[in-house]
Design a protein around this ligand. Sequence first.
Ligand code: NAP
Length: 291
Amino acid sequence: MSRPATTRPRIAIAGATGRVGKALVAGLVDEPVDLVALTRTPDPARFPATVSQRAIDFDRAGSLADALQGADRLFLAQGSSPHQVDNEIALIDAALAAGVRHIVKLSAAALPAKLHPFDWHAQIERHLLASDIGCTVLRPTTFMDALARAGRDVAEDTWGGAAADGIVNLIDSRDVADAAKAVLLEEASTDWQRAFQLTGPRAWSMPAIAQELSRLLGRTVQYHHRSPDEQREHFVSAGVSAFVAEVLVGLDRTVRESSLQENTSTVQLLTGHPPRNLADWLVENLALFGK
Ligand SMILES: NC(=O)c1ccc[n+]([C@@H]2O[C@H](COP(=O)([O-])OP(=O)(O)OC[C@H]3O[C@@H](n4cnc5c(N)ncnc54)[C@H](OP(=O)(O)O)[C@@H]3O)[C@@H](O)[C@H]2O)c1
């Protein structure tokens, strides 16, 4: 059902309960747009009253079509899982059928290589680019939040990995949400095909992060060097699933090879503010590391 051109843009957000999606909803809620959160588990307590929620079930294609009725723009983000490619492609197809004009897809900056989820993003991007719909692909580097997983290990002096002395330009996931907000508020054309590389302000090695944590915590924090096999074993013996362990060892590889070291001005250009820096993120999250 098409809507009169004078109505406010309707933005559907897939992944609205997730890390980036939640911050995006918070950033858009006071804008002159109608927001629709797509979720597998609707819960009225989760969002402000002005945000509509629609239940989606990836086993029922009709639920995706219903949820996207009347939407003009779609933010597409799904947590990493072996279903991600099928789920995101199903959402793209449903958006196309529903008359969505612009999809903003949350992707990832690394080369597809042979690692999940980078190869998955490459497949989804290919499908998106072959579809008759405007798109903007956001390719952020690894989120600073990835360090939260190291909190307990830092506290217990078992933090380490297979990143060696490679460097990575981590990004604050709130900057990803801010960039998505800016792009979703644009009046896009249905033939746009754009990709933006999003980074933080500078690259760090893991030993340099250990040094910064040492300064902030007032005690020595070490990054223990391990081989990829040793790191995989470390995760598995800590109860991490084989799937997640593989993804995390792959992330270490991107750091070891310094493949995400670049610094782009894209966050500043899109949002009007500089990217948040890691030292501030560490201060905000110091409690995670045993302070
Ligand atoms: N973490 C990083 O360092 C990093 C860096 C660059 C790019 N990325 C990309 O960013 C995306 C993740 O963004 P995010 O951290 O905001 O997402 P997230 O919090 O992990 O998940 C977003 C939402 O996806 C929905 N979802 C639907 N099917 C799912 C499934 N089978 N498994 C897990 N979640 C599912 C969930 O919503 P409901 O439960 O409400 O349905 C969830 O809240 C991924 O595609 C990842 O590759 C991540």
